[in-house]
Design a protein around this ligand. Structure first.
Ligand SMILES: Nc1ncnc2c1ncn2[C@@H]1O[C@H](COP(=O)(O)OP(=O)(O)OP(=O)(O)O)[C@@H](O)[C@H]1O
Length: 692
């Protein structure tokens, strides 16, 4: 059997060239030379050679998992090859100045790769914009495709379509711009036989001009008879390549031919595996043992083995290639806005969430505790006594005084009914007067002329508040006069300290939340790759996300400021413009950080974990809820380097001290924010570029 293979190849090469096959380099739409690609240790493509002649349909057939999709992804350039060379329409994919990826190629990935919130019309309009079609051209193509692919009304939402209908929309998007090269990964799965025949008929029609080439994978082997060339693939190698009639020559169907070739390939492998080096088998089976794996067992006329030249581009073309196209950015931004419009509840939630968060912080964090029950044991009875006068200065809204006997007061505090006991001896007024009049008094006089306070310190904030209120009453009573503070007000509570940092933190984290999943989901659904093949660069994707999320955070920031300044009456002594700029910059930093997560992580769960995982450490270390001065060294250095530490301080300085950019504590916050911003954006673009 084995000895017949070369004969078979020879015979076929000479006799079976029914389809005229090209010979020159430029006559191939796609050429793959010794292409290798692995996923980790799994070698998926090994020394694969394949040539798609210009103006032909190439049917790529093979069992599930043999590497067809991987090969197509390498051809469109979304996967990098580990070794070998690929040219598509004359140049390597993604070569500077080349239109692949771009308008010249129509790619239908195996995943549906459609935006569920889009209508059919939105989908085609979006890809039309990216390809630079006028709205008239898009409309004309849309009408044709809807009719040709038997699609429902163009205003039907993709998420409401059946699986087969979605697949046809996806095919429509690939056909939209009349590309020179169509790369279709299983376009006919789930499509009824009548429409399947229609699609093939259309492909046959468009290649007749000689200007369009198609490479198509399918599981329906027999439908590939309509292709001009078929390639039978197995385990990352091409078993046969040639016109279907030639491949079928010895077998009645393509399926049988394929089965036979698989058996032949298996026998070669097993013989090679069992034959020891230099053994008798090796000598008797010299052809099979030395068979070049990169060559198909059966190759009929497609010996495009000529070397692929090295390509170069001058720096101007390279520079132009790197510059973002506003057309693509606009298309992506419109896409995001349309998606937002289709999810109004989600959008409202995004707008209201920061307001809800800051309102809760202003209402519940940092204020003085109210209505704290304190037992008062006053052994003085005279209404004109100092003890009565001092108690009258105590802030009644915070401290609720309960007059009790000594025994009941201590029973109450031990039972948790009171937060403190305030006690006055029966000679408090006279002893206190003595203390004020005489320099030297006995210990008993000092003791009897003092207010005795026992506190429950299990809640430090309440205990500190009670201490503070008692001191205030004491100061008011005993001549100490606190003048208006230099900065801030005497009634400044902890909320005032927390709010600026909280505003920055909320803006930052909501922006992270908005963007952390954006690429993850789009990558998973194949949308990122699809847009990339349509000609959208990583930088454009990044900028479009940034700009459209800027719209969302702008609304969030306006609402936040309205609430903190007008509803919660936080003071702002400085420039409102500086306040807004700093908050917006923090939002942009959040978006950029979200983009880093999104481009580096493939899976929603991990992306969520990364976003949530840094939330608390960053909040705690940034001096937002507690002063940075409490953080021990060397952790303090880390704290100072974080994006919100200096920024929160700067915002407090602007709002409460009325400082401007000339003060170091203010400009430092801006510089750190801008630095993180730039770093995250560059990092995200680089990661995204490396991964697509
Ligand atoms: N991202 C990935 N990471 C690791 N392995 C992968 C990845 N994608 C594909 N593979 C593996 O590579 C091999 C080839 O996959 P590929 O999708 O190219 O096959 P295929 O021929 O297109 O299969 P099908 O016809 O079922 O779509 C499979 O074993 C698959 O498990």
């Amino acid at each position: 059997m084995w000895a017949t293979v070369p004969k078979l190849r020879e015979a076929n090469m000479t006799a079976d060239l029914e389809a005229p096959l090209p010979a020159g380099q430029e006559d191939y739409a796609i050429q793959c030379r010794d292409v290798c690609r692995s996923y980790g240790k799994l070698k998926v493509l090994s020394n694969l050679n394949l040539a798609v002649p210009q103006g032909h349909i190439y049917g790529l057939l093979g069992p599930s998992g043999c590497g067809k999709t991987t090969l197509l992804k390498c051809i469109v350039g979304t996967l990098k090859i580990s070794r070998g060379q690929i040219t598509v329409l004359g140049k390597p994919p993604a070569f500077p100045g080349h239109d692949v990826p771009g308008r010249k190629v129509g790619y239908m990935p195996q995943e549906l790769a459609l935006y569920n919130e889009f209508t059919i019309s939105d989908t085609l309009t979006f890809f039309g914009r990216i390809h630079g079609l006028t709205s008239k051209e898009t409309q004309a193509r849309m009408n044709f495709l809807i009719d040709f692919l038997d699609l429902p009304q163009k205003h039907s939402l993709v998420r409401n379509l059946s699986g087969g209908q979605r697949r046809r929309v996806s095919l429509g998007a690939a056909l939209l711009q009349n590309p020179e090269l169509l790369i279709l990964d299983e376009p006919t799965v789930g499509v009824d036989p009548v429409l399947r025949a229609k699609i093939w008929q259309h492909l046959v029609e468009i290649v007749k001009t000689g200007k369009v080439s198609v490479i198509i994978t399918t599981h329906y082997i027999e439908e590939a008879r309509q292709a001009n060339v078929v390639g039978l693939m197995r385990n990352g190698c091409l078993l046969a390549e040639g016109p279907p009639e030639a491949v079928m020559k010895q077998h009645s169907t393509l399926e049988r031919a394929f089965l036979q070739l698989c058996q032949t390939s298996d026998q070669i492998s097993s013989k090679r595996g069992s034959s020891p080096q230099g053994g008798p088998l090796e000598n008797s089976q010299s052809f099979e043992s030395s068979r070049d794996e990169s060559q198909p067992i059966l190759a009929v006329g497609l010996a495009a083995k000529d070397e692929i030249p090295k390509y170069t581009a001058d720096w101007k073309v390279r520079a132009r290639h790197l510059l973002p196209k506003w057309r693509n950015i606009a298309a992506l931004m419109i896409k995001t806005l349309v998606r937002m419009k289709r999810m109004p509840f989600s959008l409202c939630f995004q707008f209201l969430l920061p307001v809800i968060q800051i309102s809760l912080i202003c209402l519940c964090v940092g204020g003085d505790p109210k209505g704290i029950h304190v037992a008062v044991v006053n052994n003085e009875t005279s209404p004109s006594s100092f003890s009565q006068s001092l108690l009258s200065f105590l802030d009644n809204s915070s401290v609720h005084q309960v007059p009790l006997s000594h025994k009941d007061a201590f029973e109450g505090i031990y039972n948790g009914e009171y937060w403190g006991v305030i006690g006055f001896g029966k000679n408090f007024t006279s002893y206190l007067t003595k203390r004020l009049l005489y320099r030297q008094v006995s210990r008993d006089v000092v003791d009897g002329g003092s207010v005795h306070v026992w506190l429950d310190f299990t809640n430090r904030q309440i205990a500190l508040m009670l201490q503070k209120k008692l001191h205030e009453a004491e100061y008011k009573h005993f001549l100490v006069q606190f003048e208006e503070p230099i900065y801030g007000s005497q009634n400044t509570d902890f909320t005032t300290f927390v709010t600026p940092g909280a505003v920055l933190s909320i803006t930052f984290y909501l922006a992270v939340g908005l963007t952390a999943l954006s690429f993850v989901l789009e990558r998973k659904e194949g949308l990122l790759d699809r847009c990339w093949v349509a000609g959208v660069s990583s930088l454009e994707t990044m900028l479009a996300h940034l700009f459209s999320q800027l719209f969302v955070i702008s609304v969030q920031i306006i609402l936040l400021l309205l609430f903190i300044l007008l509803v919660f009456k936080m003071p702002n002594e400085g420039s409102l413009v500086l306040v807004i700029i700093l908050i917006v910059l923090q939002g942009v930093t959040g978006i950029s950080f979200g983009l880093v997560i999104s481009s580096a992580i493939d899976d929603e769960q991990n992306a969520n974990q990364a976003a949530l995982g840094i939330f608390y450490p960053n909040l705690i270390l940034s001096g937002i809820i507690w002063p940075v001065e409490c953080i021990p060294y060397p952790l303090r250095y880390l704290s100072l380097a974080l994006p919100q530490t200096y920024a929160s301080e700067a915002l407090r300085c602007i709002m409460y001290r009325g400082w401007g950019l000339s003060q170091m504590m203010v400009w430092r916050g801006f510089i750190v924010t801008l630095g993180w911003n730039t770093f995250f954006l560059i990092l995200a673009t680089v990661i995204l570029k490396l991964r697509t």
